[in-house]
Design a protein around this ligand. Structure first.
Ligand code: KG4
Ligand code: ZN
Length: 380
């Protein structure tokens, strides 16, 4: 009997993220079993084996995140020039930690990598350029391909990094992408194939958390602090608006909520009313979560996805994840609920490397890196 061979390909990819206030570098390893594709060769090749469904196994070999939050907290928000300078200081040391290893004789050896993925936008232009120039230097020096990544696609790919999620990665997948700058409902039909179903018309969900937290005197970024206080509060204590809930579109809006919180706090102060900050936090969190869950379920009922995923910094919110999971289970019983692993909700280099793997797997054409520049307003 002829011996059955299993084709297995392997590659290492570096991911670099500097779009806002986190400098992050990751090294990911991808193994593909039964691959029909010859990675990086630019052509499709057929295999003779009867099993042709590729199986992806991905491991995060190294991952470092240097947050600038304490630096920007002093200014009450991200200062682009300060962010860029801090990225310059952090990036080289993180890259050294990621691609240089010491062997037993304390000799420094370089880790092999096959490609460099870097965020090209959206984000702060000055901050993005630090990562891009660093990645270009690496690509030139080591003669490796440079893969420019859309930060938003990186967030989508963060859910794919969970092995259990990859098992249920069946299209279409409905994504609720909620971060500090974006709130979008995205239907994914394949790697690189996205349809925006709805988005915020003003503030992003993360912005709504941060701005209302600021009104309450919580330090930047207030989202995580507000949600921590909300755990001890009563979500029914204050009646806050759920904007655009009954609008027929899948769009959202959060700026009215911010105004309602400002008016509420002014009234409480004027009336010298004693209140618990935890109750205000819980009421704000409930209003934001209600809108996000309602719109996601509405999209799921219309587009019947095989899975519903929540990604982006706001997906770190435990109430949002649990409410959405419950709602998906009740209203779309056939759909799986997916979210990223702990620590990969907010900006990180591993998700950028993962999106780089998507580009390699789906054979998207990679632009000449010498022509690459930051694209602060890039859409998905
Ligand atoms: O994705 P991300 O790290 O950066 C952008 O791409 O914008 O998201 C950051 C946002 C911030 O607005 C932050 O307040 C929010 O995510 N965030 C949270 C929580 N953790 C982070 N919002 C609500 N609850 C949380 N636990
Ligand atoms: Zn982000």
């Amino acid at each position: 009997m002829p011996k059955k061979t299993v084709k297995q390909k392997q590659m290492n990819i570096l991911g670099i993220e500097t779009s806002c206030d986190e400098t992050s570098v990751a090294l990911l390893q991808l193994r593909i079993k039964n691959s029909k594709l010859r990675i990086g060769s630019g052509e499709r090749t057929r295999v003779k084996e009867s099993v042709a469904v590729p199986e992806y196994s991905v491991s995060i070999k190294k991952h470092f995140i240097a947050t600038q939050i304490p630096i920007h907290a002093r200014y009450g928000g991200v200062v682009p020039e300060v962010a860029a300078r801090t990225h310059v200081a952090e990036l080289v040391s993180l890259l050294n930690k990621t691609i240089k290893i010491k062997n037993q004789k304390s000799k420094i050896k370089k880790v092999d990598f096959d490609a460099v993925a870097v965020t090209r936008g959206p984000g702060l232009a000055t901050a993005l350029r630090v990562g891009l120039e660093g990645a270009k230097t690496l690509a030139w020096y080591y003669d490796k391909p440079l893969i420019p990544i859309n930060h938003l696609e990186g967030h989508l790919a963060s859910a794919w990094l969970v092995p259990g999620n990859r098992k249920h990665w069946k299209y279409p997948i409905l994504f609720l992408l909620v971060s500090g700058g974006h709130s979008e409902l995205v239907l994914m039909r394949d790697f690189g194939k996205y349809k925006i179903l709805g988005r915020t018309r003003d503030d992003a969900a993360g912005e709504a958390f941060d701005k209302t937290a600021k009104l309450l005197g919580l330090e930047y970024p207030g989202g995580p602090k507000l949600s921590r206080l909300a755990m001890q509060g009563n979500p029914l204590a204050f009646d806050l608006p759920r904007p655009m809930l009954h609008d027929p579109s899948l769009d959202m809006s959060f700026s009215g909520l911010k105004t309602a919180v400002r008016v509420l706090l002014e009234k409480l102060k004027k009336d010298k009313q004693v209140y618990k900050i935890e109750d205000v936090c819980a009421s704000i969190e409930a209003a934001i979560v209600d809108v996000l869950v309602f719109k996601t379920v509405k999209a799921a009922l219309k587009f019947k996805p095989k899975a519903v995923a929540v990604v982006g910094g706001v997906s770190a919110n435990a109430l949002l994840r649990s409410e959405l999971k419950l709602a998906v289970r009740e209203s779309c019983p056939g759909a799986r609920f997916l979210s990223p692993a702990k620590g990969l909700h907010t900006d990180n280099g591993a998700m950028i490397a993962a999106a780089g793997l998507w580009q390699m797997i789906s054979r998207r054409k990679i632009k000449d890196w010498k022509k690459l520049d930051a694209e602060p307003d890039l859409d998905l």
